[in-house]
Design a protein around this ligand. Sequence first.
Ligand code: ADE
Length: 354
Amino acid sequence: MAIISDDNNFENQNSRQKNPIIKTESIEYDKTFENSIRPKTFEDYIGQSALKETLKITIEAAKLREKPLDHLLFYGPPGLGKTTLAGVIAEQMGADIKITSAPALERPRDIIGILMSLKGGEILFIDEIHRLNKVAEEILYPAMEDFFLDMTTGKSQTVKTLRVPLPKFTLIGATTKAGALSGPLRDRFGIIHRLQFYTIEELSQVIKRTASILDIKITEDGAVAIAKRSRGTPRIANRLVKRVSDFALIKFDGVITDEVANYSLDILNIDEFGLDTTDRAFLNLIIEKYDGGPVGIETIAAALSEDVRTLEDVCEPYLLQSGLLQRTPRGRKVSPEGYRHLGKKVENYQQSLF
Ligand code: ADE
């Protein structure tokens, strides 16, 4: 299986914006690291078991019928393995995959070019698909539905529409915001699935697998200690394994135990819930400056000098999922658990949501 990835875009465009939250090494480094540990088969892909079972059946049926797979849409917070899963599906179908992201498909010729370059049965993966512009979406509709490109030639009175056939391909779209997808685009996907946060047990398995690939020694307790602080997200777990392994090597005897993991993660300011300095500043600001909320996300972003989209896509999903933050019609509000987590007095908590 050949993976052709458009190097200029892909999944880290977000991290290039003002004040990215992901403050690890260079993007290129991260990408190489992620690619080196990406599972290639369903057996190696940990978690998302309900989705995996559905996909296995769908893939077998498509192979039996000798038909391409229905278009698939994966949504959920970043780092849960949407791109990885697309690669696994391609491998399982014995198909090539082209990987790009919506911001790289700005001009009509970008999307036309990529569609015309596809071979029969090939998979096209578009990350951040909610960011596709209207023109690109309209080019995509007939391509997804009938495998045609509607092209126009000539000007005003002499304009002609040409239907160019395309090979039968499968589009896999990924988004952190399913709600931001237009209805007509969403309707063209045969399967729409939300990826779930991972359990501690699943994350420990991811961590042990990564450690074994990277030749890092880790104990069972060490893996669990890192898993607990990984915000339910394999991408974070994998980064933490690397960070903690540096500490294990330099400060300890090279083995990641729970003691080594907890020591290192404390120094890295990642608390026992996996919150980092930005997450805590987010909650702290709402408590200290806005009486616990509700307060609008734009106000929070301005006060923290962060980008609204980064806060919404990277910070909030886990704070909401872990019950530390609540979303109300009038803005964000810290929950009693959020107060307790930051060691603040809960009696100051405003009961009313409105
Ligand atoms: N690395 C990132 N996501 C993974 C997953 N779901 N299973 C195994 N390794 C991973």
